[in-house]
Design a protein around this ligand. Sequence first.
Ligand code: PAD
Ligand code: ZN
Ligand code: ZN
Length: 375
Amino acid sequence: MSTEGKVIKCKAAVLWELNKPFSIEEVEVAPPKAHEVRVKMVAVGICHTDNHVVTGTIVLPLPVIPGHESAGIVESIGEGVTTVKPGDKVIPLFTPQCGKCRICKHPESNFCLKNDLGKLRGTMQDGTTRFTCKGKPVHHFLGISTFSQYTVVDENAVAKIDAAAPLEKVCLIGCGFSTGYGSAVKIAKVTQGSSCAVFGLGGVGLSVIMGCKAAGAARIIGVDINKNKFAKAKELGATECIDPQDHKKPIHEVINEMADGGVDFSFEVVGLRDTLMSALLCCHEACGTSVVVGVAPGSDTLSVNPLVLLTGRTWTGGIFGGYKSKDSVPKLVADFMAKKYSFDALISHVMPFEKINEGFDLLRSGKSIRTVLTF
Ligand code: PAD
Ligand code: ZN
Ligand code: ZN
């Protein structure tokens, strides 16, 4: 029996209160409106950004259904949708690409003005919600809310991918892999023979390392306070790994000494004030570039002596690895299918969607890299 045009009742992970476990609830998912698409989820990864919603580091109206690193199959489409059809394999895009705004028309920028990351309204682009639970509206996360068996997304926030792609793997292209890899190859534009330092060796940081290696970096220094992350970092291309707790000196001084005055490229992939500062100061004062990838609490500020930048450093950052999402995701999947990279080292756990709270515990205790939940 077709579900097209009907409300679908299904299971979703709802966050009712901060710092509480998700409750798996029956929710109602409305049919897609014009220029919207309803997607049946197949696999979703757990990214630290989802945990930022649970802790309130990212402030959203509650209740909310988080999740943003996923892959699925189109169930039905609203009026006027032309770029996907029912049955297509797709990846929802937490940064949309409307193609019309100033940013979409800019040759380099990717933070489309239709995004919900800046405003955090917790709605679809038209300002309304498609989920209800126990008679109450439930908010969306970044316009895609993928911790649900079915979700509705705007057409500009979903990309059609290769019909042969393994969804339980390529879901990582929806966030962690693309963010890390693109931060190295697209935002920093890491050069052949250069030196790099990567702070934070989680799913995103390890993907930065993969990007640095692919770009031909000669030296890649991994930095983490959890030594259990070092083996994977080395497997993926880190030439050495250091734990700031093993050094008396500030870690940026240690790296400045190791790397002839500082690395060419540094990446902050944690989301803390201290590591943001260390990453900035560990790149060379005259020719270094430091990239902000980690998401710090919205209320945090950094105070920087202008000389730190006056000497010639570049300080930059980016969402989703700087990729224009709708154009780039199908290409990143094609590169995966052509075996340009593998996600086997990044996916440490696979479990059924119902075990979502166990997956978050693994992330918080530093025991997982990426947990993929399957529906
Ligand atoms: P993760 O929890 O898998 O990895 C974080 C790593 O940082 C862990 O290995 C920690 O041990 C390590 N760490 C913690 N404190 C320190 C410290 N003081 N010094 C060094 N290392 C430390 O997270 P993740 O890889 O999923 O995400 C990392 C960050 O990137 C997080 O802030 C997330 O919100 C952000 C992110 N940003 C974007 C984007 O588009 N810019 C996308 C996805 C994730
Ligand atoms: Zn993410
Ligand atoms: Zn746009």
